[in-house]
Design a binder for this molecule. Structure first.
Ligand SMILES: *Cc1c(COP(=O)(O)O)cnc(C)c1O
Length: 342
């Protein structure tokens, strides 16, 4: 058996989740005639406190569509240097929307109002136009760090005061909701667009839902059609997303507890330099100089059927989710101890 801590995307739909597919009602999603997809969008719009929502194949498409709708060619998007749109979308903002990106540094992917204020360009004949601020809740490359809700509101306010739009990459927003006890709509209140991923900790096989005003969603649909993201009987997968909403949100607390426990134990291992604060389900840690490289540790553990990720020369990522448990956690610590002491 494989113990896969590489990512929360590795979850496989449970038997109960697969069951709901058999009885869901379906129609042509591209014509907005799929009742199950419509129900999912209505529920997510309500959850996120927005007028409307649209079902998409992936979170990446949510980000790219939002950037496209909110900006014009030559505009500038402000976001963290660690963000998914900068590092993992194959240059999508440049390729699909012809925008520039202004990256901000900041502790664990979280920046502040002053940084945003300084990054916004005054109107000028020469400069690109700053049009969009994007934040990631939680911050993936920040080790699952959670933006405090007040900070989310403060950076958005600075952006709005300068006429920028605001976008939230909420791939793991529900982890932040469970970790803080603050509902999703409050996190997203100051954001013009926001989405949640169903294929991370929520455990569904396909799908993400992007929400915003009716006007925003109207435009988002046009880009979805352009990119080939419009579907047919998508209730087949949307039904599993609905199942995830009903069954897999509150339990995220178990993933956070396991991650906190593993983070503390990893911090005590020989060869481990630092563990980033563990706030949700992601553990990022750095090995000391002279320790085996992250890649070689990852390779050694893989031979023992324990999968983790190398995210830098000496940086390793471990992610907890539905398909791992404290027993696999014990095995992970055992194998890490073995390979780091070797
Ligand atoms: C996974 C992820 C995405 C992209 O979502 P996909 O569904 O994999 O396309 C975007 N942003 C963050 C922070 C992510 O972790």
């Amino acid at each position: 058996m494989t113990h896969d801590f590489y990512s929360d995307t590795k979850t496989k739909p449970s038997a109960a989740m697969r069951e709901v597919v058999l009885t869901c009602t379906v129609g042509d999603e591209q014509k907005d005639e799929d009742p199950t997809t419509r129900e999912l969008c209505a529920r997510v719009a309500e959850l996120l406190g927005k007028d409307e929502a649209v079902f998409l194949p992936s979170g990446t498409m949510c980000n790219e569509i939002a950037i496209s709708v909110h900006s014009n060619p030559g505009d500038e998007v402000i976001c963290s240097s660690t963000s998914h749109i900068v590092n993992f979308e194959t240059g999508g903002p440049a390729a699909l929307s012809s925008v520039m990106i202004r990256t901000l540094s900041g502790d664990l992917g979280i920046f502040d109002e002053q940084q945003v204020a300084q990054a916004i360009r005054p109107p000028s004949r020469y400069a690109p136009r700053s049009t969009l601020l994007s934040v990631e809740q939680t911050s993936n490359m920040g080790g699952g760090a959670v933006w405090p809700v007040a900070r989310l509101a403060a950076v958005a306010q600075v952006a709005k005061d300068a006429n920028l739009r605001t976008h939230m990459d909420g791939a793991r927003l529900m982890n932040a909701v469970v970790a803080t006890g603050v509902d999703a709509a409050a996190h997203a209140a100051q954001y013009d667009s926001v989405w949640v991923d169903f294929t991370k900790g929520l455990g569904a096989p396909v799908g993400a839902v992007l929400a915003g005003s009716a006007d925003f969603i109207h435009e988002a649909w046009r880009v979805k059609q352009r990119l080939g993201g419009a579907m047919r009987q998508s209730g087949i997968v949307a039904s599993m997303c609905l199942y995830a909403l009903d069954h897999n949100v509150e339990r995220l607390v178990q993933d956070h507890e396991l991650a906190a426990d593993l983070g503390a134990r990893i911090g005590a291992l020989p060869g481990v330099h630092t563990v980033l604060p563990v706030e949700t389900n992601i553990i990022l840690f750095d090995l000391v100089d002279g320790a085996p490289s992250a890649a070689s540790v990852v390779e050694s553990l893989a031979r023992d059927d324990v999968l983790i990720g190398a995210f830098g020369e000496r940086r390793i990522r471990v992610v907890t989710h539905l398909d791992v448990n404290p027993v696999s956690g014990d095995l992970l610590i055992d194998r890490l101890t073995h390979h780091l002491s070797a």
